[in-house]
Design a protein around this ligand. Structure first.
Ligand code: OAD
Length: 243
């Protein structure tokens, strides 16, 4: 970040609602994924040990679906905001729609669908794009491969970095997350007091009683249009002649 951007660090925490308008289901809404599947069967480390074949197939299906959806207006506006702010996105989403919309600073708290890794060494990560991972496939070191997803019951390796991003934010926004899952949901407590904060969600989201969020009750696309307007009013782009 250079000096011109001081005071313009925008950090955005996103969840499944961010990608809903692209056609990806959220988890906890009516009709969400956790109505169709048992979360502990397909998204927990115990589930992996019990039935890795089922879990491999679950993530193969999610990856296949991802190949056929596109970033939505919300993702695109967030990417465009890089022209005006130093934008950092902390996402709980395992899709790649922020990157495909053009965002360049994205921290994936819960892993990435397009990657797999060795079960023994979490640093041996491999990009497989939208192709299938076959159950029983191994890494070059002979270790079995697994989806590069952070499951319930596992540590969240990127949480300390995410916490630093949030603590360093000059402006903060939350888009499309029910704030039910920790430690991600706890990130809002890392904000410096007085940091302007916004929340976009079409439904009510429980926030801590003393928080000072401006709530935009809308879906991600329209919500991001409204947020962009507010940010442009509150933080006009620096006049290049005064640099
Ligand atoms: P949830 O399904 O818990 O919450 C989705 C949120 O998106 C809700 O608050 C909805 O109201 C909101 N929403 C629905 N439609 C929307 C739209 N069009 N625009 C904006 N918001 C909309 O999903 P997350 O909070 O992301 O983890 O869930 C967190 C974690 O739980 C996920 O990363 C996943 C899941 O289990 C793992 O699988 C490890």
């Amino acid at each position: 970040m250079n000096g011109d951007e001081r005071g313009r660090r925008l950090v955005v925490l996103t969840g499944a609602g961010m990608s809903a308008e692209s056609g990806l289901k959220t988890f906890r809404d009516a009709g969400g994924l956790w109505e169709e599947y048992d979360v502990m069967e397909v998204a927990s480390i115990e589930g992996w040990h019990r039935n890795p074949k089922l879990m491999t197939e679950f993530y193969n299906q999610r990856r296949e679906q991802l190949a056929h959806v596109e970033p939505n207006l919300g993702h695109r506006i967030l990417a465009e905001l890089e022209g005006f702010f130093d934008v950092g996105i902390v996402t709980q989403n395992v899709d790649n729609l922020h990157e495909r919309a053009g965002s360049t600073k994205v921290l994936h708290l819960h892993g990435e669908l397009t990657k797999v890794r060795s079960v023994r060494d979490e640093t041996r990560v491999r990009d497989i794009g939208y192709s299938r991972m076959e159950f029983g496939e191994t890494d070059t070191d002979g270790s079995p491969l697994r989806p590069h997803i952070v499951w319930f019951g596992e540590a969240v390796p990127m949480i300390a970095e995410a916490s630093r991003w949030v603590a360093g934010a000059d402006i903060f926004a939350v888009v499309g997350t029910s704030l039910n899952v920790y430690p991600a949901a706890g990130l809002i407590h890392d904000l410096r007091p007085g940091t302007p904060a916004f929340l976009i969600d079409p439904n009510e989201v429980a926030l801590p009683s003393k928080s000072h969020f401006t709530v935009i009750r809308a879906g991600a696309g329209h919500g991001m249009e409204l947020l962009r307007e507010k940010l442009m009013d509150l933080f006009p782009a620096p006049d290049p002649r005064q640099r």
